[in-house]
Design a protein around this ligand. Structure first.
Ligand code: GYE
Length: 309
């Protein structure tokens, strides 16, 4: 930990100039993402101590690397970014470290040789989210005693949430003989990818008992495709997703989505707190993990009124 960049003694924050925070968001692929970006903006707006430089990588790792390089050249005090994929960050994070700029990972993790290249990860436990999705399905189907044929719609290849949701889901279904993953397709967390993948699955004549989509938007696309094929989503084919956005609650209340595992996008306040702690020389924990639940059609009603995203 000793070689971590430190802001102490730079005369920023309390009593000094503002803390310059560079944020490189990953894109605008889903409603979860839009809520996450908005949360960061709003949290910083409420902080008189922090000045925000926010840029959107629009789904491109190359662009995100360029944005981070721009922040380094601009000499921001802290960099926060959501790595679109896990790998390929060693070089640019080395550059940030050499410039003495601490890096906070927001929402998604990285795999790098040297973990001292980043300071703190703030976000969810994606493996647990995958397990929760699978556990629900095991519970919901166990009375039937029949095999459960599952198709999976994966998020952006190489991204932490796609890798880890798959891992957690598979870990649980492996313990149950009746659970059969008959197909797993690669999408990108968008509505369109969910729709297109589900269409092609159904066109091949596959009629699964359940679809596990790695996020709500892909599940909504899949729901559309299931309906277009004359089947009833939520009944003929169970639909399971992750995120639990407002639209997911509406889909659950309409009976089309069976369950959504919560993934909280409202990370802004934790990020601004971490930035202020850094500026005042406090040591940050390596992981700041969000607490989350799971919502079904039975509990959707209660939550819908209070959901902000
Ligand atoms: O589940 C999905 C988004 O990284 C947790 O990215 C995030 C995921 C989220 O596009 O909707």
């Amino acid at each position: 930990e000793g070689n971590m960049p430190s802001l102490a003694g730079r005369q920023i924050g309390d009593g000094g100039r503002k803390i310059r925070l560079g944020v490189a968001v990953v894109g605008s692929e889903s409603s979860w993402r839009n809520a996450n970006t908005e949360s960061i903006k709003q949290a910083v707006e409420q902080e008189k101590q922090i000045e925000l430089f926010m840029r959107n990588a629009e789904g491109s790792q190359q662009k995100q690397i360029e944005i981070i390089r721009g922040f380094i050249a601009q000499q921001v005090d802290v960099i926060t970014f959501t790595p679109i994929v896990e790998t390929g960050w060693d070089e640019v994070l080395q550059e940030a470290k050499q410039a003495g700029i601490p890096v906070l990972l927001s929402d998604r993790k990285v795999k790098v040789e040297d973990d001292s290249l980043w300071t703190t990860f703030i976000g969810s436990d994606f493996i647990e989210e995958g397990r929760r999705a699978a556990r629900w399905l095991v519970e919901d189907t166990k009375a039937s005693g029949k095999p459960v044929r599952i198709v999976e719609l994966q998020g952006t290849p190489g991204s932490a949430p796609a890798i880890e949701r798959k891992q957690g889901f598979e870990e649980v279904i492996a313990e149950h003989q009746a659970m059969l993953l008959v197909d797993s397709k690669i999408g990108d967390f968008t509505y369109d990818s969910g729709q297109g993948l589900m269409e092609s699955i159904l066109r091949q004549g596959i009629r699964p008992d359940a679809v596990f989509a790695h996020n709500d938007d892909m599940a909504f696309g899949a729901i559309k495709a299931i309906e277009a094929a004359g089947l009833r989503p939520g009944k003929d084919i169970r639909v399971i997703s992750v995120d639990a956005t407002k639209l997911a609650f509406q889909a659950m209340m309409a009976g089309k989505l069976n369950v959504s595992v919560e993934c909280n996008p409202l990370l802004g306040p934790q990020i601004t707190k971490a930035v202020k702690d850094l500026a005042s020389g406090k040591e940050l924990p390596v992981h700041i993990i969000t607490e989350e639940g799971i919502f079904t059609q039975e509990t959707a009603h209660r939550e819908l009124t209070t959901r902000r995203y």
